[in-house]
Design a protein. Structure first.
Length: 408
């Protein structure tokens, strides 16, 4: 290679190097403009203790969580208490979010990442491209979830648009591989750079029902249970706490398993949502259940079918006060008195705390799945024990006359 060729080649290298350096600085400028660097925190100065309001909005609706009287409540559910655990987890995760990837995409590709701002609405055809990746895509699926945080004065503390979750497919011998959300596509205000953050923020949903605190009442140690209304009329009772359930009127043989199922359902009920706008005294043709307990409490539960679907409206009112002194057990030894008195006092403190929360439930109407109420909604005929088949009268279904040694 002669000197002239070498100088020409050196000039080309200098030109290409300068162009590359220019592109590098342009990229760096874009990084600085979006404040997004891989490994950096998304919110460097987010003070969780200052957050007093959380707003979540998507293409279907909006939910606002606010602090009132020193506790979180769900504004769209008549101020019902919010799930403090989920709110705390969300706020902590936001402070720990890190950028793990960046994507430079055009506006036409944002629907695929579900990053259309709900404030701008969405074209019904916006998910056409996204449908290539999701067979069940529907109009509006491309709209993301806007998450906004405010302080007590209403001043904005942070805002972010949440898009599609990043899913990791786990190795498994099963035909259907387990899928785990590991991240999420997001957009920051004023930035055109799509970021992938280190957590999927699965709790960040604009669904008021998922934010309400799900603690419910538990009618325990029931002594009698009475059903009335909507064609049902029956009462079952037991003479002692661990005694056998019987019809209170003494007519007919009660199916023991059906009785236990009805009683236990009151101690294990769960609700899915608060019926906003439906007052407890406005239930249409409700069925009423009155449970009297050995703690001198009375639970009055009213249940009515929703106009549509399989769910029910439910209201509960609790009256009575538990005994304040312990009745000594028969044959109780003096040396056991102090221990038993302490156990009674400790249990009473917990019961009083539970009752305080349960009695507040009377202000709301709850939505309960119909399947969980099936043991309770049986009519009297369904509670009657079925007659045994001929020849099946022995214990454990053995032929009559056959018994294990020692059973006579």
């Amino acid at each position: 290679m002669n000197r002239k060729s070498f100088l020409v080649l050196l000039g080309l290298v200098a030109v290409l190097g300068g162009a590359g350096l220019m592109l590098f600085w342009n990229d760096l400028s874009a990084w600085r403009k979006s404040d997004a660097k891989i490994g950096s925190k998304l919110f460097e100065k987010l003070a969780v203790s200052d957050i007093a309001q959380i707003q979540l909005t998507d293409g279907k609706g909006s939910v606002r969580l606010v602090i009132k009287d020193k506790r979180w409540v769900v504004e769209q559910r008549n101020g019902y208490g919010a799930n403090n655990q989920d709110i705390g987890d969300l706020l902590i995760k936001l402070t720990e979010l890190k950028v793990v990837q960046t994507e430079s995409v055009g506006d036409s590709l944002l629907p695929r990442l579900n990053l259309i701002d709900p404030a701008k609405g969405g074209n019904k055809d916006a998910t056409a491209a996204d449908a290539k990746d999701a067979k069940d895509s529907k109009p509006g699926d491309a709209i993301g979830t806007r998450l906004e945080l405010f302080d007590a004065t209403g001043k904005s503390a942070a805002s972010i648009l949440l898009g599609k979750k990043v899913i990791k497919i786990e190795d498994s011998p099963l035909p259907i591989k387990p899928q785990t959300p590991v991240g999420r596509y997001v957009l920051m205000p004023g930035s055109a750079t799509v970021l992938v953050v280190s957590d999927a923020l699965v709790v960040a949903e604009a669904n008021a029902g998922r934010w309400v605190a799900k603690s419910f009442f538990k009618a325990e140690r029931i002594r009698s249970l009475t059903a009335s209304g909507d064609g049902a009329q029956w009462k079952i009772a037991r003479p002692e706490e661990y005694g056998q359930w019987k019809f209170a009127d003494g007519a007919g043989e009660l199916d023991a398993s059906a009785a236990v199922g009805a009683v236990n359902s009151l101690a294990n009920l769960a609700f899915s949502d608060i019926a906003a706008g439906v007052k407890p005294d406005e239930l249409v043709k409700p069925r009423s259940f009155v449970a009297e307990t050995y703690d001198n409490l009375v639970y009055t539960v009213k249940i009515a079918k929703q106009p549509e679907g399989d769910d029910y409206y439910l209201s509960v009112a609790i009256t009575g006060e538990p005994p304040r002194t312990r009745t000594p057990e028969k044959g109780e030894k003096p040396e056991d008195k102090e221990r038993l008195d302490k156990q009674f006092a400790d249990a009473l403190v917990k019961l009083d705390e539970r009752l305080k929360a349960e009695k507040e439930l009377g202000a709301w109407t709850f939505v309960v799945a119909g399947k969980t109420l099936e043991p309770l909604l049986k009519d009297r005929a369904a509670l009657i024990a079925k007659p045994r088949k001929p020849g099946a009268g022995g214990p454990l279904g053995m032929p009559p006359g056959m018994m294990f040694p020692g059973m006579r």
